[in-house]
Design a binder for this molecule. Structure first.
Ligand code: SF4
Length: 368
């Protein structure tokens, strides 16, 4: 069964009714369980759970310590290209936006990657816009292969590919794949992605399954919080991660928790997720998925990132630029994909984590 079929058993009304019906007693009962089911996760996302947030947070903290200790993995993105054929309404790289475009040459990409490796980071994430004739699978694979000796792990966050293309990337040294569904509400997805290849909701939804079958070691998923209803997208994201864990037990599954933030284009956020619901989401995810990684980007500010590490976040970015180039080659001269709220370098992030009593892990994987 595909995830699409599995998700169909949880239509919007079922999710909404389940969340509305949950009581504070139901939430406390869920916290007493050892192994949570999807219905329990829904209870932790309910309005009633906001009244018990401290209890859920305590449980999330304990579970995180038990499974991950006081260790947080650091990584950084490398934007290879901001040329894009899509018009995602919420993104600065939207093809209609008049921001400068740039595409790194092979040599420029290697120089940028080498400067990232010099910071000591062992995990890098390659990003491109969706323009497969320019940032083709062959282009991405060639860069991955060339930089692989510099890093313990090379991941991609690019457009949806076929299983064969993912297999080609895996054979070139890419070991992790991140794919944001943005929103799991299909009708809203169509409105937000009016043209371009990303318009295909099902092809994107099934991309992690294809990447898993193609041999990726690690998969990351996520919704862009603020696009759709909180309960709908938060629940579907957790359910997706849970389903991937069940169907691909040998793989490392992680959930990213991006909240939409300012960017070019002045998109009005339809369902802004406030701090209370953001924390509710992280703690509910941790209780439901004790072994899943939770990734927080620099969309969140330093204050928020420092606080949510105790609640379940296990992976953060540092030394981030969302522009193409800029570390050792000229940058694209634009505003990046979104505005960064935490500008700390790798060294500053490491120090900040140490102050919190946590160890920054720059490398936790060795390919043998
Ligand atoms: S979200 Fe991705 S696909 Fe959409 S416009 Fe931005 S870069 Fe292109």
């Amino acid at each position: 069964m595909t995830f699409q079929k599995f998700l169909a058993a949880w239509p919007a009304e079922r999710r909404e009714d389940g969340a509305s019906a949950a009581t504070a007693d139901d939430v406390l009962a869920v916290l007493d369980k050892d192994c949570l089911q999807p219905v329990d996760f829904l209870t932790l996302l309910s309005p009633a759970a906001t009244l018990c947030l401290e209890d859920v947070a305590r449980r999330a903290h304990d579970i995180t310590l038990r499974h991950f200790g006081r260790a947080v993995q650091l990584f950084t993105p490398l934007y290879l290209s901001n040329i894009c054929t899509n018009q995602c309404r919420y993104c600065g790289f939207n093809a209609k936006n008049h921001q400068p475009r740039r595409h790194l040459t092979h040599e420029e990409a290697l120089a940028e990657a080498a400067s990232i490796a010099d910071t000591g980071l062992g995990h890098i994430l390659l990003l491109t816009g969706d323009a497969r004739k320019i940032a083709s699978p062959q282009y991405i694979a060639a860069i991955a292969k060339a930089i692989r000796p510099l890093f313990a792990s090379v991941g991609v966050e690019v457009y949806s590919m076929t299983e064969e293309e993912y297999r080609f990337l895996a054979a070139s040294g890419v070991d992790s794949m991140t794919m944001f569904q943005e929103t799991y509400t299909e009708r809203l997805y169509s409105q937000l992605h009016p043209v371009g290849p990303k318009k295909d909701y099902v092809f994107r939804l099934s991309a992690p399954e294809r990447a898993a079958r193609a041999g990726m070691r690690s998969l990351g998923i996520g919704a862009l919080l603020g696009l759709g209803s909180f309960v709908q997208d938060a629940f579907a994201t957790g359910l997706h991660a849970w389903w991937l864990q069940k169907n691909f037990p040998g793989l490392e599954i992680s959930v990213s928790i991006p909240r939409i933030c300012p960017h070019e284009g002045n998109f009005d956020v339809p369902d802004e997720v406030d701090d209370v619901h953001f924390v509710q989401y992280i703690t509910a995810l941790r209780c439901f998925l004790p072994k899943a990684g939770i990734t927080c980007s620099t969309r969140e500010n330093a204050f928020m990132r420092d606080h949510i590490i105790r609640l379940g976040v296990t992976r953060v970015s540092a030394g981030v630029s969302t522009s193409v180039g800029g570390r050792v080659t000229p940058d694209d001269g634009g505003h990046g994909q979104f505005e960064i709220a935490d500008h700390r370098s790798v060294a500053e992030m490491t120090t900040a984590l140490a102050r919190l009593g946590y160890q920054a892990v720059v490398k936790d994987w060795e390919d043998i």
